[in-house]
Design a protein around this ligand. Sequence first.
Ligand code: TMO
Length: 286
Amino acid sequence: KPIVIPTHNWSSQVVMAYVIGGIFESMGSNVEYVSADTQGVYESIRNGDVTISHEVWQSTFGKSFYTAMAKGGIIDAGTHAALTLEEVGVPQWVIDQNLCPGLPNWEALLDCKDVFATADSGGKGRVLEGPQSWHGDVYPNRIQALLGDDWMVKFAGSGDALWADHVSAKKEGRATLTFNWTPNFTDAEGFVFIEWPAYTPGCRIADGGDSKCGSPKGWLKKAANYKFPKTHPAAYTAFSQMSFNAGHIGSMAALVDLDGMSHQDAATSWLADNEAVWKPFTQAGM
Ligand code: TMO
C-alpha cells in the first residue's frame, strides 16, 4: 500500500513532499502524491485518505491539527528544528530607503497609508495577503482592529503572486506590505516582519479575542495517520526522525522560486546534494 503524501500551494512544502517521498522510496516503500486542501488535510489524515503532513505551521494550521487530533486518528510525529513565523512585512529595501519611518513597529503604518496605496486599493493602504484558503479572515480582522478603515487586505491568487509583487514593487520603487513567512527563500535577500502587539493564545477573533495581536513565533511539526507506524514501521521511524532547519527549507524553496526548477527536479537535486542530512534519518534503529 502506498504512503500518501499531500502537496499544497507553497514551494518548500511541495519540494519537501518529493524529498520525503524520495527518502521513503529509497527505503523500498511505494509513494503516492495528492493535491490537498491546506486546512482540510488534517481531517483527511485522521480518516486515513492521506498518510502524513510534513509542514504543520503553528500559526496557520495549529488549530486544524489539534481539532483533528481531539477527534482521534492523527498523531504528532515530531517537530522540525526550524522555528517559524508567518506574518506580514516588507522587503528589506523598504526599510533601507526609510519609505515608512518607524517600521517595523506596527504603529508606523498609521501614518503610511498613502505609501502603501496601490492602483487597486481605492486610496487605502494595502496589505497583499496570500490565498484566502491559508488563513481565512485572520489578517482582515487584525488590520481592521488595529489600523481601521484606512486599510484593506487583498488576497493573492497564489504564493507566486506575492513574489511577483516584490519584484515589480522594487522595479517601481514602490513600498509594498505583503504576507510572507520564514523559513523561506526570501530570507537570503532579507524580509522584515512587522512587529504587532504580541500574540497570546485566544487573541484572535475566531478564538474569542479582539484580533489586536500579531502571529506567534511558532513551531513546525509533522503529523501522521495513527496507523502509519504499524503499516510502514521503517518509513514511520524515519519520518519521526526527520528534522529540517531553516537553511534546508529555505534552499528547497529557492531551487523553485529563484532557480526556476520544477518541484520534482528541485527535490531530486536537493536529495543528491544533501545525503549527509537525510541518510541518518533512515538509519535509526539499525
Ligand atoms: C503556510 N505558509 C507557510 C504558506 O504560511
